[in-house]
Ligand binder design. Structure first.
Ligand SMILES: [Zn+2]
Length: 135
């Protein structure tokens, strides 16, 4: 999927900064930290403009932000237009992934209004498991 297709899919206006951010997030499925994101989209964009665009994307549901233990915050393109996500973080190398599958169903009292559900699974990634196996 391209940034232009995302603008069309969500019916939102395209700007240069929004396009640069989306393109960067679409290229990195494991998400990007703010520093990685700002590094990828170039120095021509100031922090306020980047933050404003990220806030807009989060409000419209295009981009999700997840805070891993640390705290390590990463931004992701919300590929499934879903409010339920499963995230995985590797405890050895700190890599992070977003699972395509929906989060498990959670039974809560009816009096609770759920806005979003986020699951963070931690463990060791295939790369770290591979390295452990061959030592
Ligand atoms: Zn790892």
């Amino acid at each position: 999927m391209t940034a232009d297709e995302v603008f069309s899919r969500y019916g939102i206006r395209k700007t240069l900064i929004r396009s640069a951010i989306l393109t960067a997030l679409l290229e990195k499925h494991e998400g990007l930290t703010y520093a990685e994101l700002s590094g990828r989209i170039g120095k021509g964009n100031n922090k306020a403009n980047i933050q404003r665009a990220l806030n807009f994307f989060q409000i419209t549901g295009v981009v999700r932000k997840i805070v891993f233990a640390g705290p390590r915050l990463r931004y992701y393109y919300n590929e499934r237009k879903s409010n339920n996500h499963i995230y995985f973080t590797c405890e050895k190398c700190n890599s992070a992934y977003v699972f395509i599958s929906e989060a498990p169903v959670v039974c809560l009292p009816e009096s609770i209004k759920v806005i979003k559900i986020e699951f963070i699974v931690s463990g060791t990634c295939p790369c770290c498991n591979e390295n452990t196996t061959h030592q």
